[in-house]
Design a protein. Structure first.
Length: 169
């Protein structure tokens, strides 16, 4: 088994099973949280996050979980939308930058803006990867890999449970 197949198999075994609603939601119903006036970060207690997110999104966003491949609402979504953080409402990705990577997770070749996400080294599961987090609430979104399409060559592989699609006007 090659490394990619092993990784996908492992990731499919860990994570959430409950599907989330599919398709974009109206902008008015996208999550929102007031950021700290000094840091700009959304800071909540573990109990507040659990109440706000529900168990599956909490597992992905706050415990760095992964939903099974091909189980998320957005891996095969094609509607024009902006993708916001399911935890805080920060706009993260644009459907114009979305592509079908064949991995079973929504994939984008770049974030909406470079400051929308943070990238951190992740050494979990015996691998070295680059984790992607929401810059506003530090929620785990997924990982970025260097096997994406032009123009960036990057593949932001993001959990649907970490996202909320907001219809473009």
């Amino acid at each position: 088994m090659d490394r990619r197949t092993t990784l996908l198999s492992l990731l499919a075994r860990v994570g959430c099973r409950r599907p989330q609603p599919s398709g974009p939601v109206p902008a008015a119903s996208a999550p929102s949280a007031a950021p700290d006036p000094i840091s700009g970060k959304v800071v909540k207690s573990e109990a507040e996050w659990k109440k706000a997110l529900g168990p599956d999104a909490f597992h992905v966003l706050r415990e760095k979980g992964t939903e099974p491949a091909f189980s998320g609402a957005y891996h095969d979504a094609h509607e024009p939308a902006l993708y916001a953080c399911a935890g805080c409402g920060q706009r993260l990705f644009d459907s114009d930058h979305k592509f079908d990577s064949g991995t079973g997770w929504p994939s984008f070749y770049q974030p909406l803006t470079p400051k929308a996400v943070l990238e951190r080294e992740d050494r979990s599961y015996g691998m070295v990867r680059t984790e992607v987090e929401c810059a506003r609430c530090d929620g785990h979104l997924g990982h970025v890999f260097d096997d994406g399409p032009k123009p960036t060559g990057l593949r932001y592989c993001i959990n649907s449970l970490a996202l909320q699609a907001v219809k473009k006007a």
